[in-house]
Write a protein that binds this ligand. Structure first.
Ligand SMILES: [Zn+2]
Length: 271
């Protein structure tokens, strides 16, 4: 996950002053984690451009009460546990398949970027196949399969928690604007070891949405600088990672409009 976070930084051109260096490193890192690099980059750019917009954001778009499968049928102990397991284990592969495949059509997506992304993925799959044939299934699983699955689960937990919390609103097009979306993210503290493993990105996600360019090793300074300016809009929670995942998944089942908001375009979580 820490390795992937460095790749994410390259995707924002925050790693080097030279775009080709960022692209080369990121193509490698994303391919190793079976993420189609350029397509993820465009999808992620869209997430930054439309954060917490109910209509246009890419990830963690909440369910509505009218979606009774989630708000009623699955809204009980066993249902919540089932959704938690499916989200953590399959969330990342499903996002990669549907969100990144869905963006191939846009005129902006250049063919050579799509081809390069695919070449990266195919090269890694071929290396995995080679490992499987020469070293056997056990070695291939321990060296690549299990670490990749663990990464995939941790990726969902970390990104979900930076974007989901009972205090975080969503907006429809009548109330959404970029700054409201960027401020509807939350910083998390998981303790020294986890923070270190994630390059402290979990502690600096609000600043990442306001200013994605500073590299991770300057993010703390930037967060401290922005806190007095945004005041109460700064959101922070230091609940331990697994407890936070459990609690917030139980608290944040679906969203409904804020009755006190003038044109009902602000949405809060209910359970
Ligand atoms: Zn980002």
């Amino acid at each position: 996950m820490g390795f992937w976070i460095l790749g994410h930084e390259c995707g924002h051109n925050a790693f080097s002053e030279y775009r080709w260096i960022d692209d080369a490193i990121d193509l490698f890192i994303h391919s190793v984690t079976l993420t189609p690099y350029f397509t993820f980059k465009y999808s992620h750019r869209n997430h930054h451009a439309h954060t917490n917009s109910l209509e246009l954001d890419e990830v963690y778009i909440p369910k509505r009460k009218s979606d009774t499968f989630f708000s009623e049928f699955m809204n009980n102990g066993p249902g919540n546990v089932f959704i938690l397991i499916i989200r953590v284990t399959l969330g990342h592969p499903l996002y990669m398949i549907f969100n990144t495949l869905g963006i191939f059509n846009d005129r902006e997506r250049e063919l050579h970027h799509v081809v390069l992304s695919d070449v990266g993925i195919i090269a890694v799959l071929y290396a995995f196949y080679h490992l499987f044939v020469t070293e056997g299934v056990k070695m291939a699983a321990f060296l690549y399969g299990i670490p990749l699955f663990a990464f995939s689960c941790i990726f969902i937990i970390v990104t979900y928690l930076n974007h989901t919390h009972p205090s975080v609103p969503h907006f429809d097009s009548t109330e959404w604007n970029w700054i409201r979306g960027a401020l509807s993210t939350i910083d998390r503290d998981y303790g020294k070891l986890m923070n270190w493993a994630f390059h402290n990105s979990n502690q600096n996600h609000v600043i990442h949405h306001l200013f994605p360019m500073p590299p991770h090793y300057h993010a703390f300074e930037a967060t401290e600088a922005i806190k007095p300016i945004i005041g109460d809009y700064y959101k922070y929670d230091d609940t331990l990672i697994l407890k936070a995942m459990w609690r917030d998944m139980m608290e944040c089942i679906y969203v409904e409009p804020d009755e006190s908001s003038e044109n009902k375009g602000v949405y809060w979580y209910f359970k």
